[in-house]
Design a protein around this ligand. Structure first.
Ligand SMILES: [Zn+2]
Length: 256
């Protein structure tokens, strides 16, 4: 494989006719790219592996009538561990659907490919997958231009220390405890949740290793509520996979 090759991660596959499929990848540099894959459901297809959800592959497309056609593929990373565990599957399914819904076809988004690739790697390797998913959401909305305000008050602009505060998605982030209006959709966050949000949105600066991060049970509720409300507020999307994720999280919490 040589010129014109891109790297992509499979976001979606839709059957087309008896043996073909339209497959959507998120590609380095190109952004989201859909292509026709001929004969992919045949067991002999050389493209079968590259067209599985979450798989990272090198891809070569040629021009087609309506859509590009996949002509060559080579798997780089199968992320097989995401299929072996229901919670990891649910987290990864939500992660790819969120990106799929957030971006238009062929619209590159700087940093998004590396973010998705590293997140899928963390979702495979982490002792607990949830911190990596929450971090992914906070960083994805940031790449899309909606960085939540976490270092200061999104209402008055003054610093917020690690203290009790509100997280108010329509206002843009944290708000001082005495400044939220009763009618606003707000999530109460305690000092530990404030600290966790700051670390999750910028794990590198804080030296947070997402493979080792632990989400204490008492923080899971407010962090999930805050991050999901912010994502929904700014991406205006309600991924189908969110309900599946919430059900799996509910069952996992109940089993702990
Ligand atoms: Zn304030």
């Amino acid at each position: 494989m040589s010129g014109g090759i891109v790297e992509g991660i499979c976001l979606r596959r839709t059957a087309y006719g008896e043996h073909d499929a339209v497959v959507t990848w998120f590609c380095d540099e190109l952004g989201k790219r859909s292509a026709m894959v001929r004969g992919v459901t045949r067991p002999t297809s050389q493209h079968l592996a590259a067209c599985q959800l979450f798989v990272q592959a090198r891809l070569l497309f040629s021009a087609g009538k309506r859509l590009p056609v996949l002509t060559q593929s080579e798997v780089l990373e199968s992320h097989y561990g995401l299929r072996a565990d229901l919670l990891r599957t649910a987290c990864a399914t939500y992660a790819v659907e969120l990106l799929d819904r957030a971006v238009e076809e062929a619209e590159p988004l700087d940093g998004a490919y590396d973010l998705l690739r590293s997140t899928l790697g963390h979702l495979v390797a982490a002792a607990e997958p949830e911190p990596a998913l929450l971090s992914y959401e906070l960083r994805l909305v940031t790449l899309l231009g909606y960085q939540p305000v976490l270092d200061r008050c999104a209402r008055c602009g003054d610093l917020i220390r690690e203290t009790r505060a509100w997280f108010v998605p329509p206002v843009g982030g944290l708000v001082h405890w005495n400044e939220a209006a009763p009618s606003e959709p707000a999530v109460a966050v305690d000092p530990r949740a404030v600290k966790a949000l700051r670390r999750l949105i910028d794990p590198q600066t804080y030296g947070l290793d997402l493979r080792l991060a632990h989400l204490p049970a008492e923080l899971a509720g407010p962090l999930r509520a805050a991050v999901r409300a912010f994502t929904q507020e700014h991406l205006e999307t309600n991924p189908k996979s969110l309900r599946f994720l919430e059900q799996v999280l509910h069952d996992t919490d109940a089993a702990d």
